[in-house]
Design a protein around this ligand. Structure first.
Ligand SMILES: C[S@@+](CC[C@H](N)C(=O)[O-])C[C@H]1O[C@@H](n2cnc3c(N)ncnc32)[C@H](O)[C@@H]1O
Length: 216
């Protein structure tokens, strides 16, 4: 009963508030990796941040098939831009195809390679208005080091999976996640909770999404 209510609840929300994402899902949500990308309501939430905060430039770490990039690109103004980084050749080729299907090649630059390396190259184009972090969990602290330098004051730092599969709040690292990722995510959230530097919250979505306004 509770389970069917929860899927009805999501359908109700998605049908009312996120119906424009159905077409994006057709191309970007592949059955073999169904729950890896953000959900439709998270896509809408990111879009709302972009519109409310008048974001124009975004760096995304972790493209997969381009679902979140497409949701965000559609919310940007005409002259807005996303740089999205992905290191898996199969993911890259599907994302590339999807950006063409949705006519977004002018708004999205797909960057092939290791996120840290490519972030360092992107520093030359900084500062950016927003970063969306959604890749290897052990890398989150380093992505935050980069964001602290290259996201504007008053810019947004958003990261997905910050509940680390409902383990981040446990007292010690459990077996199902690597110790490295567990300590990395604990440290990441702890840093973003610093009220002198950020106005922030970890939104309790299924996966957890930390959102921080960079104050300094
Ligand atoms: C959770 S998926 C991204 C989902 C996507 N943001 C969405 O919501 O549609 C994570 C992606 O990050 C990529 N990735 C993981 N580690 C990476 C790294 N070090 N550099 C670049 N890409 C990486 C993976 O290949 C995968 O496609």
């Amino acid at each position: 009963m509770a389970r069917s209510n929860s899927s009805k609840k999501l359908s109700y929300i998605r049908d009312l508030f996120a119906k424009e994402y159905k077409k994006i899902e057709e191309y970007c949500i592949l059955k073999k990796k169904k729950h890896i990308q953000i959900s439709a309501e998270e896509g809408k939430l990111l879009s709302l941040f972009i519109k409310i905060h008048k974001v124009r430039s975004i760096v995304e770490v972790g493209t997969l098939y381009g679902y979140s990039s497409i949701c965000m690109a559609k919310a940007l103004p005409e002259y807005g831009h996303i740089y999205t980084i992905e290191n898996d050749p199969e993911h890259l080729s599907i994302a590339k195809r999807n950006f063409s299907i949705f006519n977004l090649n002018n708004k999205i630059t797909l960057i092939e390679g290791n996120a840290l390396e490519k972030l360092n190259e992107l520093s030359a184009k900084a500062p950016f208005d927003m970063i969306f972090i959604d890749a290897n969990k052990s890398g989150y602290p380093q992505y935050l080091d980069w964001a602290e330098l290259y996201i504007k004051q008053d810019g947004l730092i958003v990261a997905d999976n910050t509940l680390l599969f409902n383990t981040v709040f446990l007292e010690s690292p459990p077996e199902e996640v690597s110790e490295e990722s567990w300590y990395a995510m604990r440290g990441f959230n702890y840093r973003l909770s610093d009220e002198k530097r950020y106005y922030s919250i970890l939104i309790p979505t299924d996966e957890g999404m930390t959102v921080a306004l960079k104050l300094t």
